[in-house]
Ligand binder design. Structure first.
Ligand code: ZN
Length: 159
């Protein structure tokens, strides 16, 4: 079976940044399971996996535009610290979830200058060129329910 739209794909992967530092890996853990063609994973990797089969390994470099996108300066802004009520100490690198019209967005504190807090709504990997080592562990047909939902269901059904 080959990876195509509407297949559920399990992959083992190691993700490195441009400097060769491992950012994320499924090694020693369960494989990543995703619905192919449903934009569950970054577009560049989805494209590279198209047509691959179980046991295939690939080593790919994905440019930022096909990964988590370029850094959008409009998502970086300075806000007053009183927006963060209930947080004792605001520190660079802290992450919060914000509800936006586009869904839940993770914002990261980029700078703290007294009461001026610079927040960054870009994905932490925006602007990064990514390097993946991938092994295709399993491929199966998606169920009708999975296709309807646009994501994979495990043994217990929908999460
Ligand atoms: Zn579901």
């Amino acid at each position: 079976m080959q990876i195509a739209n509407n297949t559920v794909v399990s992959i083992h992967y190691t993700l490195k940044d441009d400097a060769g530092v491992v950012i994320d890996s499924s090694e020693g853990a369960e494989p990543l399971v995703y619905l192919h063609g449903a934009q569950n994973i970054i577009p560049g990797l989805e494209k590279e996996l198209e047509g691959k089969t179980t046991g295939d390994t690939l080593q790919v470099t994905i440019e930022a535009a096909d990964a988590y996108g370029e850094v959008n300066e409009n998502l970086i802004q300075t806000v007053p610290s009183n927006l963060f009520q209930g947080v004792d100490k605001l520190e660079v690198g802290m992450q919060f979830q914000a509800e936006t019209p586009d869904g839940t967005q993770v914002i990261t504190i980029a700078a703290v200058n007294g009461d001026d807090i610079t927040i960054d709504g870009n994905h932490p990997l925006a602007g990064e060129r990514l390097h993946f080592n991938v092994e295709v562990a399993d491929i199966r047909e998606a169920t009708a329910e999975e296709l309807e939902h646009g994501h994979v269901h495990s043994g217990e059904g929908c999460h």
